[in-house]
Structure formats: C-alpha cells, structure tokens
Design a protein around this ligand. Structure first.
Ligand SMILES: Cc1cc2nc3c(=O)[nH]c(=O)nc-3n(C[C@H](O)[C@H](O)[C@H](O)COP(=O)(O)OP(=O)(O)OC[C@H]3O[C@@H](n4cnc5c(N)ncnc54)[C@H](O)[C@@H]3O)c2cc1C
Length: 531
C-alpha cells in the first residue's frame, strides 16, 4: 500500500487533509490503494493521441489500435478497479471524495446534500449560468457513472435531429448492432424485474398503463448475472441498492473498462494514461499535433507538465471537454483554421428528472434497484419519452418514484470561451428549458393522477427538475465543424469522436449508444481512407 502511494509522488499519502467531512488521504489509500498507482508514462511522440476514454474515445482507440496504429489515450480521471466485495466507489447517500471530481459540495436531484474531500471522484458537476452539467471523469468516461440505458432513437426522431447528415438505415443495420454486440446490451430479464428491489419498476409500469401508455422494455448495459449474484447475496449489493451515479464497485455495470478499453490494450498498441489532464492542443507548422498535458495526483496536485506530439489527434473528451479544447485553441491561435461554428448547436438532449411521491410500493422498504426497466413515448405535444428511473441517495424506499424525461426540445445554446477564467461557458438562457418542462409535466401529472401519486417530493425535490443535464451534446457538430465523418475542417488528422458531434439531441433517447455507434462509423471510414 505504501509503495502504491509513493508511486504517484513522494509523501502523498497523509499529506493532504480532508475538507468539510474528513475522510482524507489515508482512508482512500486504505479503501482503494489501486487509485494511487502511478499512471503509465506517455511517449513523447505517438502516432495517435486520443483525448478521453468515454464512449467515442474508447471505440476510436480500439479500432485505430486494431488497424495497426500506436495509440496513447490521455484521460484526466483515475483508473478504478472493481471487486465483488469491496466498496470501491462511494454511495449517493454518504458520498465522500470518491464521488465528485474536485468538488466539495453538491445537492443531488433528490435534495440530498453532499460535502466531501477535494478528490478526483468519478462524477464531474460544473455549474454554468442557469444550468449545471454532469459528466463522467474516470477511465471509461461516462460509462462508469451512467445508468446504463443504451437504446437507438426511432427513425422519425433520428431524422428530425440529423436530417441528411446520417443515414438511419446505415446506423441501424451496421453501427448500432456493432456496439450492441460489443457491449452485450439486453433488456432486464423477467426474474430480475420480479425481484423486490424492482417493485418501483413494476409500479412505474402499472401507473403508465393506468394513464393509457404502453411501457416497453429497454436495453441496458448491465451484467444481469452479477445483478443475480447481488440478489442471492453472493456479492456486495450495488446495482440493486440504488448505486450507479457514482459507480458500481462489483462490475454489475458492464462499463467500458470491461470491453472496449481492455480490448484496445490487448492489441499491444494502446496505452491508457489515466490522471493525464489535457490543457491545450494545437498544430505545429510541420503538421504534427501538440498536446499540453499535466499529470495530476488524486488530490489534484500537478506532478508534471509535458508537451506531447502526435501525427493524428482524436478528441474524445466529451461535448464539454472537446468543445473547451477547441475553443481554447481557437482563442490562442493554436488551431488557426477552425470553423466559426465551434461551440454552437449545443443542447441538453431535453432531459429532466421527474419525481412523484406517496407511492405505495407493496410494503417493500429497501433500496430501489438502479437499472431501468422500461420507457414510454408521448407525441401529443412536444415529442418526449419517460424512462423508469431509480431514486438514489435514500437508504430506504421512501415511496418516491423517479423518471428520466427527454424531449425533442429544439432549444440550443452556444458554448463560448471565457479567456479570463480559462474555461468554456455554456450560455444556457434563463428559462430556456420551460417548454420542455411543461410538456414533461403534462405526462408526469397524468401518470401521477392515474397512479394515485403526488407530483414532486417537496421540499426535497420538484416534480420536474431541468436545472441540470447529464446529456451534454454538441459544440463541434457533425457536418459543420467537421465533415460528415468527424474530420475537423482545416486541420487534417484532427478528429472529433464524441458527444460534441451530436447536434444537441439524440431524439428522445439517452445518447451513449448513438455516440458510440457514430464513433464506430466514423473511425471505420477514417481508417479505410487513411485520414
Ligand atoms: C449520472 C449520469 C447518468 C447517465 N445515464 C445515461 C444512460 O443511462 N444512458 C446514456 O446513454 N447516457 C447516460 N448518461 C450520459 C452519458 O454518460 C454520456 O452521454 C456519454 O458518456 C458521453 O460520451 P462521450 O464519449 O461523449 O464522452 P464521455 O463518456 O463523457 O467521456 C469523456 C472523457 O474525457 C475525459 N476528459 C474530459 N476532458 C479531458 C481533458 N481535458 N483531458 C483528459 N481527459 C478529459 C473525461 O474525464 C471523460 O472520461 C448519463 C450521464 C450521467 C452523468
């Protein structure tokens, strides 16, 4: 354990103290010593550098490595192990620094306040004017913290969003199935749906039916055998105990650290460097790309800064991360030919969290299982979907029912660069989500009335909460800032592969399947055409 601590830098363990709730360095070192292992050293020059290790980045890294390129992946977050019995990740109810990425105070959507250490936790929450944005910060990106729903949009919604940019038939015949098989996506099996921990899912479906909807099962990334092990008491409870937002310690969530990322490493040509925060990117006169990066310890102390170079640069830092790097490069002139539309076309996927209370859940008093069972679609007004969600951050089922709502809201915002603060700013207009919230509220109220429940859970949680998004999309939109395959205009060898490509919405479904499938499509073309 001590050796692991020394690996990141002499004297790390015990030298940094906790903030408001003292958990502190010694506790993290004891609980998850793996987090303190030194990251690999990135080569000074790589054929390909991939920034980030989420859905788009991991798919691109694997395919490029398979095609023979030497790939260096730079990920700002830590590399988290998994263990059937240990608590690797923290919990929503009593979160410590492992939960949030360098943020010490936070109120979750169900109103539970969190105060913790300044640590490289897995969930990055950043407040912008009128909107907070949630995203993953770990090897595996958003796959570590997401709720695991991976579904494709209906054709009419897909075409509404993408127009002629993408061919729906090509996506559904080739690229969605490719990701589905890689990630073993599947709907919740009946035996799990029937377990007490999913009483809330059955109740949600019953309320939807009572309101006249036909809930249908949706695919998830969950390893149902691990969920069964949890139900049988063979492994530590996690997915069935309402854990997901801050990670699942036992591997129940089949995140990217169990498929794309190890597959890339198994080629022998991909090196994943965690704790590497990319500060800036640019292009040299000889055409090579330059990447300024700092190596940070889990408490955020900068251990080294380096400038790396590569022949080709793949941006997979997510909608916010990639857009920020591009905006900064445009501001400094490091990427001189960028399109003026960088930062535009940004949206929240029209998402909101909805809560109802006073639901009788058949006397079940335990935690709500995290995997989502089903979904409904409503097109009576602004098209939208509601998914069965879980209530995190309560030790007991407190009679609350949650949904995730996604509308086809046309609202878009521009992300700009605040040079003084050195960061991107999402300029979400005050009340910009109002129309979508009203559309969601109408369906939510119908389900509440039909099911004999009450919208909201005051004073803890409003009925429809769109004060944050977990689905940031856009900023380097496909066919605008890039060509139709993510190749950045004006900079040969520079690609965007993540949610920044998506024009603000994935058409009333969660974005990750579309992001990964689009990355598979684009990188296949880039490899075939050698650039
Ligand atoms: C709580 C929660 C629940 C969600 N549930 C679902 C769901 O059920 N289904 C679904 O489809 N989507 C869900 N999402 C959204 C989903 O996680 C994202 O849409 C998806 O992960 C985006 O993929 P990406 O490839 O664009 O980037 P990401 O997966 O966000 O990956 C980007 C990576 O880049 C890294 N990075 C960023 N900046 C830098 C930098 N400067 N240097 C180095 N590395 C950097 C980040 O740490 C991150 O690992 C959820 C999100 C959250 C937060």
């Amino acid at each position: 354990m001590a050796a692991a601590a020394v690996a990141f830098g002499p004297g790390l363990a015990g030298t940094r103290s906790a903030s408001a709730l003292p958990v502190g360095a010694d506790a993290y070192l004891r609980l998850v010593p793996e987090l303190f292992a030194a990251p690999p050293t990135a080569p000074d020059h790589s054929e390909v550098i991939v920034v980030g290790s989420g859905f788009g980045a991991s798919a691109a890294a694997l395919r490029l490595a398979e095609s023979g390129s030497r790939v260096t992946v730079l990920e700002r977050g830590l590399r988290w192990p998994r263990d059937p019995q240990r608590e690797i990740f923290t919990t929503d109810l009593l979160a410590d620094g492992r939960g949030l990425y360098h943020r010490v105070a936070f109120i979750g959507p169900t109103g539970v306040p969190v105060t913790c250490d300044d640590f490289a936790g897995v969930l990055d929450v950043v407040d912008y004017p009128n909107l907070s944005v949630w995203r993953g910060a770990a090897v595996g990106g958003g796959s570590v913290v997401f709720t695991g729903v991976m579904i494709a949009p209906d054709q009419r919604f897909f075409e509404h969003v993408f127009g002629s940019r993408l061919d729906y038939r090509e996506m559904t015949s080739t690229w969605y199935p490719k990701v589905r098989s890689m990630l073993r996506l599947d709907a919740m099996p009946q035996d799990i749906y029937g377990a007490p921990e999913f009483t809330h899912s059955r109740r949600w479906d019953a309320d939807a039916r009572a309101a006249g909807y036909s809930p249908h099962r949706i695919d998830g990334i969950w390893n149902w055998d691990v969920v069964r092990d949890e139900l049988a008491g063979r492994v530590r409870r996690s997915a069935i105990a309402g854990e997901s937002n801050l990670g699942n310690s036992n591997g129940a969530k089949f995140d990217l650290t169990q498929n794309y990322i190890p597959a890339a490493e198994a080629t022998g040509r991909a090196l994943v460097c965690h704790a590497h925060r990319v500060l800036a990117v640019g292009q040299e006169p000889d055409g090579r790309y330059r990447v300024d990066v700092e190596v940070v310890d889990p408490f955020g102390t900068v251990l080294r800064t380096r400038t790396l170079t590569c022949d080709r640069l793949v941006l997979g830092a997510g909608s916010i991360g990639t857009t920020e790097l591009l905006l900064r490069a445009r501001h400094t002139g490091a990427l001189a030919n960028l399109d003026e539309r960088v930062g535009r076309g940004w949206g929240t996927n029209g998402d909101a969290v909805l809560v109802r209370s006073f639901a009788v859940t058949d006397g079940f008093a335990g935690d709500q299982g995290a995997p989502s069972a089903s979904r409904i679609v409503d097109e009576s007004g602004m098209p939208l979907s509601l998914e069965n969600w879980f209530v995190a951050g309560t030790a007991k089922d407190v009679g609350m029912l949650a949904s995730l709502g996604m509308t086809l809201d046309p609202r878009r915002a521009e992300v700009t660069y605040d040079a003084g603060a050195g960061r991107a700013v999402v300029n979400w207009p005050s009340g910009g989500e109002r129309e979508g919230v009203e559309a969601l509220r109408a369906v939510h109220n119908a389900m509440a009335e039909a099911g004999g429940t009450v919208p909201g859970a005051r004073p803890m949680a409003p009925d429809v909460n769109a004060s944050f998004t977990a689905h940031p999309l856009g900023g380097a939109v496909l066919g605008e800032v890039t060509d139709g395959y993510g190749r950045v205009h004006g900079h040969p060898g520079l690609y965007v592969v993540d949610g920044a490509l998506i024009p603000g919405s994935t058409g009333t479904v969660n974005p990750s399947l579309t992001i990964a499938a689009l990355a598979e499509r684009n990188i296949a073309r880039i490899i075939a055409e050698r650039g």
